[in-house]
Design a protein around this ligand. Structure first.
Ligand SMILES: O=C(O)CCC(=O)C(=O)O
Length: 301
């Protein structure tokens, strides 16, 4: 049976900018996702640098392979393409953003035990503002997640804030400087839950996650969706055509008439000097909230 959002969860989403559906994935689907993910990680052994599928930790080596992200898994493995179009994923998304839905992005962030990288505070909106903010990210935890293994944390109500600076030293860096732009970081709510739990956060919600200090992994599959009438203000990406853009409609219909709303936007330019993933973009952030790790350090508590 597909788990939909109840009234309390929908209210929480609009009020706080996030909600959680406990153990939303059927056991057999979760088992398949875990099996495939393990196989994919096996295939990363032997890599010496990041490529179009894998983003490697700074401390990755041939002897100790360390992957921090699978990039756009839906493009490389059919299972993930089917999953992000499935009712399990889209029924709750439709309850929030309506019947016409376009996929924006897809990734799996890995926080391995003892060294999984932190993600500094940011809102997804800062990376990809659209003509309206009817968008969200749906997450799936592949592991049991508690406060020790780097849960995603969201600042309640931050999706209603004005423009939030994500620049450092004159460049977009995809992160909020906690000294320059203090926010209610200590009020952030850790989204915890058993493996198979779904998280939903508003595209403007400020969120982040700490290093994984525990002995347990924390893997989070993320898929970002917008209402089909939200068009990206930064234009099509990487030579995308209108046909490519329309192929990302995962439910309902596309439209050539964007809906324009009055929302706070700061364009993500000039681009971060370190391109690639969010981990690379965030490298030039001057003051870090969560910290990072040197090559030889372990962060077990
Ligand atoms: O993995 C996390 O905890 C947060 C990830 C995230 O916000 C992102 O990749 O944009």
């Amino acid at each position: 049976m597909i788990k939909k959002l109840n009234t309390r969860q929908i209210e929480q989403y609009w009020e706080d900018g996030f909600t959680v559906i406990d153990r939303a994935l059927p056991a057999s689907l979760l088992a398949k996702m875990l099996r495939l993910t393990d196989e994919i990680m096996e295939d990363a052994k032997g890599l010496t640098e990041s490529n179009e599928c894998y983003d490697l930790e700074e401390t990755h080596s041939l002897h100790e392979p360390r992957v921090r992200r699978l990039k756009s898994p839906f493009k490389h493995w059919a299972f993930f393409n089917e999953f992000l179009r499935s009712d399990v994923a889209l029924d709750p998304v439709e309850q929030i953003i309506g019947p016409n839905i376009r996929l924006y992005n897809n990734k799996m962030n890995m926080k391995a035990p003892g060294y999984g990288a932190a993600v500094e505070w940011h809102s997804d909106w800062a990376f990809y503002p659209h003509t309206n903010d009817t968008g969200l990210a749906l997450g799936v935890y592949l592991d049991d997640v508690d406060e020790d293994n780097g849960p995603m944390m969201v600042i309640p109500g931050s999706h209603k804030a004005g423009v939030i600076d994500h620049h450092s030293e004159g460049y977009f860096c995809g992160a909020i400087d906690p000294i320059k732009t203090p926010m209610a970081f200590s009020q952030a709510v850790p989204l915890t839950g058993a493996a198979g739990t779904i998280t939903l956060h508003h595209v403007r919600s400020v969120h982040g996650s700490a290093l994984n200090h525990s002995t347990k992994p924390r893997r989070l599959l993320l898929q970002g969706y917008f209402s089909a009438d939200a068009w990206p203000l930064t234009g099509f990406r990487n030579g995308q055509s209108i046909e490519d853009f329309d192929a990302l409609i995962v439910r309902g219909f596309s439209t050539l008439e964007p809906r324009l709303t009055n929302i706070p936007v700061k364009m993500p330019f000039p681009k971060a000097p370190h391109q690639g993933s969010i981990y690379e973009n965030q490298q030039i952030l001057k003051n870090r909230y969560f910290g990072s790790m040197g090559a030889d350090k372990r962060v077990f508590k």
